[in-house]
Design a protein around this ligand. Structure first.
Ligand code: 8YV
Length: 327
């Protein structure tokens, strides 16, 4: 029997995924789940045929320049690959794969949860009750804002953006979006969606903004201080994509000054660090990067990783190969 490939997994993955990996590969697991330092990553790249990193591992050109001769595949556990310098990897003959599709619905659910939580003060209300502060109902207490009938501007109309649009439409929001190009006429009609080529125009007109695009050099600080200023004062900003898409200090300042009404954030510019100003604000709902955090998503992501490794090692094109031009 041919020797099994050495697969180094940087973080603890769900048990069924790890078990299957041990059956198929010479898998090196990380039961402690402690993130690897960059020196440890360099070591891992030196001994692996395949590396399975996550969003918490930064595989940049410096680290890739130290990769061993056997490293042929980086099978990312995650859809976003902004943690990996894909172009450099490819130049060095290393293929990169990701796990698209399987976390779409869960991430879209979390986006709706944040829209609702921010608009209807869900977390604030829960905190009042749990701290023993609920002294009775009042007609003018804890008033939020209705979402039905409002305009939602989705930035990035890929799989997740469209899944958000489907849900939001059912909640009575009207769908607007900005994307590199319009979606197909059939999808636009199904979603009753309005395309804005100009992001500035979209921002100035929306009640709720949802960021659903990947982080690439082109989307870094897409919501810059200048663009955030275009938002209406009652607007809510939700981000379940990547923190780097928004200028986080500018957002925090505007929220603190009441220049926009609220925000629901699952991701941050310098994770796990969060702008300290945000932590003190009453008008934000802050989650710890939980968009795909369901048992189902994480197992499906692991299965995708396994399929990508297995197909690649069997000499075929892996289904989820990332090509830099796609980014
Ligand atoms: C994952 C994500 O938890 O897949 C992604 O791009 O942002 C998350 O949902 C994370 O990336 C796992 O590496």
């Amino acid at each position: 029997m041919a020797q099994k490939p050495k697969v180094v997994v940087t973080r603890k993955l769900p048990d069924p995924v790890e078990t299957r990996m041990c059956e198929l590969f010479d898998a090196e697991l990380n039961s402690s789940d402690r993130p690897m330092s960059s020196d440890e990553l360099v070591d891992a790249l030196g001994r692996a045929d395949v590396l399975v990193p996550t969003v918490t591992d930064r595989i940049d050109s410096r680290i890739l320049s130290r990769a061993g001769p056997n490293l042929r595949l980086i099978a990312n556990f995650g859809a976003g690959v902004d943690n990996i310098d894909v172009a450099t990897a490819n130049t060095r003959g290393i293929t990169v794969t990701n796990t698209p599709g399987v976390l779409t619905e869960d991430t879209a659910d979390m986006t709706m949860a944040l829209i609702l939580a921010a608009a209807r003060r869900v977390v604030e209300g829960a905190q009042v009750v749990q701290s023993g502060g609920f002294s009775g109902w009042s007609p003018t207490w804890m008033l939020g804002r209705r979402i039905a009938g409002k305009r939602l501007g989705i930035i990035g109309m890929g799989r997740i953006g469209q899944a958000v649009a489907r849900r939001a439409k059912a909640f009575g929001l009207s769908i607007h979006y900005h994307n590199r190009k319009p979606v197909s006429p059939r999808i636009a009609e199904d979603l009753d969606a309005t395309y804005w080529e100009s992001l500035d125009q979209l921002l100035a007109r929306m009640d709720v903004i949802s960021v659903n695009c990947p982080h690439t050099p082109a989307t870094f600080h897409l919501l810059s201080a200048r663009r955030l200023k275009l938002l209406q004062p009652h607007a809510i900003v939700v981000n379940t994509a990547r923190g780097e898409v928004i200028d986080e200090p500018a957002l925090a300042n505007m929220l603190a000054r009441g220049e926009i009404a609220g925000a629901g954030l699952d991701v941050y510019e310098n994770e796990p660090a969060i702008n300290p100003k945000l932590l003190k604000l009453p008008n934000v709902v802050l989650l710890p990067h939980m968009g795909s955090a369901t048992v189902e998503s994480r197992i499906d992501m692991g299965e995708k990783v396994i399929i990508n490794i297995k197909t690649f090692m069997d000499g075929h094109k892996p289904p989820d190969r990332v090509i830099p031009a796609m980014l």
